[in-house]
Structure formats: structure tokens, C-alpha cells
Design a protein around this ligand. Sequence first.
Ligand code: SF4
Length: 224
Amino acid sequence: MRAIRDRLRLVYGVPQAKPHGHPIAELILTVLSQSTNDRNRDVAYLALREQFATWEEVRDAPVDEVEEAIRPGGISKVKSARIKSILRAISDTAPAHAPDLDPDDSLSLGWLAGQPVDEAQRYLTSLPGVGRKTAACVLLFALGMRDVPVDTHVSRVGTRLGLFRLGARFEEMHDVMLEITPPGEELELHLNLLHHGRRTCFARRPACLDCALQRMCPSAFKVG
Ligand code: SF4
């Protein structure tokens, strides 16, 4: 992994983004990202934030109003129902996990920062429709906790590089990714593998000839 990390670092550098501290925003953004591109996801997210001043308002709004707001992001019927059930589930369950939480302010995930990572993962994946990738996005990007999201690009590039077992499920890939990622390099490895998947190791025809990882890749020139 270290050799791969070093080569990717040479090509893409070391990302410097700090955790932004807004776990609910990250969670909703990740739900909105499903089955669409980044641009449409962002348009839907901004429309939602413009229409509703708080997450409580989204939770309590009629579902068709939420659906209308996020329509640009696609499959808005499914996503609006999911967003509302997630927000409702957090309000209902967070106080049991975080006794210090103000009951009038129970729509909160900031308390996850004080939990061990595996418990925070368990809580997030107990929310409706939330899987390991979404949980990892919240923990890493919002709270700076030790988790590594494995999305479609990371999964494809990692499998071609031999980091993941062929046919491994996403749950297993997340566990492996955590095992092989040195502490403190979670964001760097996630983003650099993602960039590599978008810019070189394409799904259909990977550009192996131009690839900085070619010499260490067991799949070089064997795909597409
Ligand atoms: S050598 Fe080819 S298959 Fe391997 S990581 Fe590079 S682009 Fe992907």
C-alpha cells in the first residue's frame, strides 16, 4: 500500500481539506449523490437548503415539498422519503446514545465525534438506507474520524490493484481499506484513488499506458 500511496501522492499531491463539522449535511449530501453526478447532487442540495432553513424543517415538511426541492438530483421520490426517515430516526434515537443531548435539539450527530469509530459506524448504519460508504463519508469528511469511504471508483481501482479480493462485497472492502490505510492517511488515500479512477483507471478502458501505477498493477493491460 505504501508504494501505491507514494505514486499517487506524486501524481495528485496530498489533499489538505479539514473536516467541515456538519455531519447531518454530509449525510444528506451523500443520500443526494446516489445515482447522479456531482453537479446535479449540488443543485439539489442547494435547493433543499434554500427552501428549508433548518434540518428540523426538512424532517417535518410534507414529503412532496422535499421531493419538489430535490427534483434536479433525480429519483427524488425515493430520496425525499429516505431523507425524511433518516432525520426522523436521528431525532428518535440520538438521545438514547447521547444522554447529554438537549431533548429539544435531538436532531444532531455531533455527539458521534466522542464515540469509538466502530460504535459510530454501527449507529449510522442503523439509520434507514444508510450503508458503510455513507457512514464513512460522514465520519471522515465531517468529523475527521478514522474511516475510508469505498465508492465505485475506489472499489474498481482497488480491485484492479489487487487490494481487494475479486468479488468482495462493499462491507468487506471497507474493512480491508481500513486495515491497509495508515492512520492519518484516510482522506488522502480515498481522494487519490478516486481521482485515479476518474482520470486514468476508467471503468471501460483504463489508460494503462499512461498510468503511474502500471508497474505495480496486476491488471495492467488486461482490462477493456
Ligand atoms: S495499470 Fe491500468 S488497470 Fe492498473 S491501475 Fe493503472 S489504469 Fe488501472
